[in-house]
Design a protein around this ligand. Structure first.
Ligand code: SF4
Length: 361
């Protein structure tokens, strides 16, 4: 193997030390809840990786996912890894256009059949046989049917690709559907969010390069390591929730003291994503830290569920009253701790059978 073509060689040229690279891989492995040895295995595999071919097809989307992933972390190692994969087709980023671009697409697909990773953002318009959304005179639907079966795996980036997203919102004039509604016999990983967190995407790519397969997924096809807990589970405002301290408006005294945003419509309790601990913009912040409740953008049907400023119609949490009494003694504190764990388990169980939309009814 020519080491000059490896990722480590490219990173070295950009001044990234092996130590930094190892540290980054260890962090990725930790975020993905892999065993301690996985960080080194990931580093070795990535260091020698020969730029896996990646084709990125944008369908019915707003380009927010591309904006998020290409801008958020530069100039971190993470963005360099993304730069260093062989991104052979991406309309928004590529210099080629017109017939030249289409020739590249078909050449890459044929030369890498069964080996390339297909990334898609945006939903698939199925109305009028896909005519609502076309690239180079061909519908997204037609293109997906041709390219999808030749991919090694598909990464559905953003809530539109994962679930249909905003284009699928009522009355869904284009007949928008998710990628998994069309392609059913390929490994598909959903990375929902509007937009999704960039590090989740690079972690999935790193996992695929390292182990040759997608990471463990949940029942909605999401990487369990990043979507295994709710925003509420990891929210730094959670102690206020447990004490029953809720902001009533966005500028009242409670809001200024960082109280819980549940009564202002926060959907953190029913939203599975990693915003609260992975955060955004190089781990700077996330919406709740900026004073706005979670809108549940990574859950199916989040737009139709609506009510961004309407509190969830979940039953009032009786435990907050127990929590209020916890100051009376350590014994009650232990009871709260046990009860909190029970509540977390119950919330998860409830979520197995209820979507955000169901909870909004
Ligand atoms: S309801 Fe929202 S703001 Fe309150 S603790 Fe949960 S996630 Fe955080």
């Amino acid at each position: 193997m020519n080491a000059n073509g490896s990722l480590m060689h490219k990173l070295a040229l950009q001044g990234v030390s092996r130590r930094s690279f190892l540290k980054y891989c260890a962090t990725l492995a930790t975020l993905m809840a892999l065993p301690p040895t996985a960080g080194r295995a990931m580093a070795e595999a990535l260091a020698q990786a020969r730029r896996p071919s990646v084709i990125w097809l944008p369908f019915q989307e707003c380009t927010g996912c591309t904006e998020s992933i290409t801008r958020s972390h530069s100039p971190s190692i993470e963005s360099m890894i993304f730069d260093t994969i062989s991104l052979d087709y991406q309309e928004t980023l590529m210099a080629a256009a017109g017939h030249q671009a289409e020739e590249v697409l078909h050449k890459v697909v044929e030369e890498n059949a069964g080996k390339f990773i297909l990334i898609i953002d945006g939903s698939v318009a199925t109305g009028l046989d896909g005519a609502y959304s076309c690239i180079a005179g061909r519908s997204n639907l037609d293109l997906l049917r041709e390219v999808g079966p030749k991919a090694a795996a598909i990464v559905a980036v953003g809530s539109c690709a994962a679930y249909g997203g905003i284009p699928k919102a009522k009355p869904n004039p284009t007949g928008a559907v998710a990628i998994s509604d069309i392609i059913r016999d390929k490994p598909i990983v959903n990375i929902p969010g509007c937009p999704p967190i960039p590090v989740v995407m690079t972690a999935v790519l790193a996992h695929f390069v390292t182990f040759g397969k997608l990471p463990e997924l949940d029942r909605l096809g999401r990487p369990r390591a990043f979507y295994g807990e709710t925003i509420h589970d990891r929210c730094y405002r959670r102690p206020f929730y447990d004490q029953g301290k809720f902001a009533k408006t966005f500028d009242d005294a409670g809001a200024r003291q960082g109280w819980c945003l549940f009564e202002l419509g926060c959907k953190g309790p029913v939203t599975y994503n990693a915003c609260a601990h992975v955060k955004w913009n190089a781990q700077t912040s996330f919406p709740i830290e900026s004073g706005h409740g979670c809108i549940g953008c990574s859950e199916p049907d989040f737009w139709d569920a609506g009510g961004f400023y309407k509190a969830l119609s979940m039953p009032a949490d009786p435990l907050k009253f127990v929590a209020g009494a916890a100051v009376a003694g350590a014994a009650v504190g232990v009871a709260v701790s046990i009860a909190n764990r029970a509540r977390k388990g119950a919330a998860r169980a409830a979520h197995e059978t209820a979507t955000l939309a169901d909870l909004e009814k």
